[in-house]
Design a protein around this ligand. Structure first.
Ligand SMILES: Nc1ncnc2c1ncn2[C@@H]1O[C@H](COP(=O)(O)OP(=O)(O)OP(=O)(O)O)[C@@H](O)[C@H]1O
Ligand SMILES: [Mg+2]
Length: 506
């Protein structure tokens, strides 16, 4: 029997999920086999994560059921689904930052000694063996909060794999991974598949989906609208299935033009940033490129006033100068930072969509003694509309939005403050391709209005289509600079990974 006519390992029958005023899933009959990599694609808010959390026991369906190996199941909890062999790496990280890697991987399942205490030696040995087996290059005793988001994601993966699942669900696993980390992940996934495991893979990177998946299920507005063999599909083709319309996703990049007399903004990190200096023109989009762990985020955070304690950043252009040592002061001086890690440092989970969008602007408005809540709301809702945020109501808690829509709200917040310098770390992480095009357009428009923009991205394609100039980071330092127009994908890859220096060393 070939994989193609094998009976399904995992199915859903007539699956519905109703939230107040909002149907997240509407009669989904999904089916996947052991020994395949099965991708799930769809626009932000289509229902992908809802489907995954039902499969993995974290959410209860309103109607319908999950069928595993022909048997209808109701999972009461993720632990329940796990014991049936379904493990899930969620879109949002769920590690305990203050614990080390080994403690996180075996949290609640630590190996015990005869006396019932945690067997520390075996804990670290087992973790090391697990990390090694899957080629994950992280130390078992590394403190989780000190790791990059990419490494943290790999720890989540190690934790899921340590349970030896029959079904492994990954919700946007590559959103923060660099090229090399991605290839490593793909190698692991293919090996799991070849061992008969069902890998379910949710992603907005359609090129990757076509590369890694055997089959692709498309979800639109809570409904399953198609199942396709990945082989032979094109990105355009798949995008048309997602939107239900032809050719919508095509957005030709238009280069920004920095006028020669644009004002230059000098940024000096005076303390705690190893004397970093940087100049950027008003209206320029500067990209920060580098491998995972090269220090891109630390660099961006330092510039944004969130660097090591005591780091002072001085900004100056012709007739303006300011210095700051905190994010609040940075914002007051027109420097706004969009974080890559929306869960732990970005969102205010207790607040509504609108309140989250206006959270930074409040300071600016009230500093002028001019709080105009009505106007803020109107400005926010205009932006949220431009960004096509899908929310049942602007008053709903932000945690009830889909991941990509949460990201759009954070971006709206950054834009609401009308910054002089906007620093975005992975601005399109987790957003669908239509919204990505829209975010790129908005960033270019802002640049045209004279805002200086710094973009950190692990997606080289994004850097190449969006930026005017690229700064290369290696080992925590800036290691070169190049004009985007003079660079292609191969050269950029060489510059960030090769020993050979490309561009002008700074
Ligand atoms: N706890 C909740 N309460 C109310 N509505 C919710 C809740 N969780 C999700 N939703 C809604 O269900 C719909 C589907 O969301 P879901 O997170 O499944 O989308 P998604 O396809 O994963 O999107 P993304 O690509 O942005 O991650 C959205 O409209 C979302 O706002
Ligand atoms: Mg999601």
């Amino acid at each position: 029997m070939t994989v193609n006519d094998a009976p399904p390992l995992l199915e859903t029958r007539g699956l519905c999920k109703q939230y107040p005023g909002n149907t997240a899933l509407d009669g989904v009959c999904f089916s996947a086999r052991g020994g395949e990599i099965h991708a799930i694609v769809g626009a932000n808010g289509a229902g992908k994560s809802t489907l995954m959390t039902i499969l993995s026991g974290a959410t209860r369906p309103s109607r319908g059921c999950v069928v595993l190996s022909g048997e209808a199941r109701t999972f009461a909890s993720p632990a329940d689904a796990l014991s049936a062999g379904i493990a899930c790496v969620y879109q949002e990280l769920s590690l305990v930052p203050q614990l080390d890697v080994a403690r996180n991987v075996f949290l609640g399942r630590e190996p015990r000694t005869g006396r019932g205490t945690v067997d520390i030696r075996r804990l670290y040995e087992q973790t090391a063996a697990l990390l090694d087996r899957f080629g994950l290059n992280v130390a078992p005793d590394a403190m989780t909060e000190a790791l990059s988001v990419a490494d943290q994601q790999l720890i989540e993966l190690a934790r899921a794999l340590s349970m030896e699942p029959r079904v492994l669900i990954l919700d946007e696993p590559t959103a923060v991974l660099s090229m090399a980390e991605k290839q490593n992940l793909f190698r692991i996934l293919r090996r799991l598949r070849d061992n008969g495991i069902l890998v379910i893979y949710v992603s907005h990177f359609l090129g990757e989906v076509i590369e890694i998946a055997d089959r692709v299920t498309v979800v639109r507005d809570g409904r399953l609208v198609g199942v396709h063999n990945a082989r032979g599909m094109s990105v355009e083709n798949l995008a048309d299935h997602i939107t239900g319309e032809a050719g919508l996703q095509a957005t030709a990049p238009e280069p920004t033009v920095v006028s020669p007399d644009a004002r230059r903004l000098d940024i000096n990190v005076e303390r705690g940033g190893d004397g970093t200096r940087l100049s950027i023109n008003a209206g320029e989009i500067l990209g920060i490129a580098g491998l995972g762990g090269s220090g891109r985020t630390a660099f961006a955070r330092t510039l944004a006033g969130a660097g090591r304690r005591g780091a002072r950043v001085r900004l100056s252009d012709g007739d303006f100068s300011a210095s700051y040592t905190s994010v609040a002061k940075a914002i007051a001086n027109g420097v706004v930072y969009l974080t890559e890690d929306r869960k732990s440092t970005g969102l205010f989970p207790a607040l509504s969509v609108t309140e989250n969008a206006t959270a930074s602007a409040l300071g600016a408005f009230s500093a002028l003694g001019l709080r105009r809540p009505g106007r803020e709301r109107a400005a926010a809702s205009e932006l949220l509309e431009q960004l096509k945020v899908v929310a049942a109501s602007p008053r709903m808690p932000i945690t009830e939005l889909s991941g990509g829509n949460q990201q759009k709200v954070l971006l709206a917040r950054a834009l609401m403050t009308r910054p002089r310098l906007l620093i975005c770390d992975e601005p399109t992480r987790g957003v669908d391709i239509a919204a990505k095009g829209q975010i790129h357009r908005i960033l270019r428009d802002l640049a045209r209005q004279g805002v200086a923009i710094i973009v950190v991205s692990s997606e080289n394609e994004e850097l190449l289509s969006l930026t005017d100039r690229l700064l290369i980071m290696k080992n925590g330092r800036t290691a070169g600079e190049m004009r985007t127009a003079d660079t292609d994908e191969t050269q950029l890859l060489l510059a960030i990974s090769g020993d050979q220096q490309k561009g002008i060393p700074t």
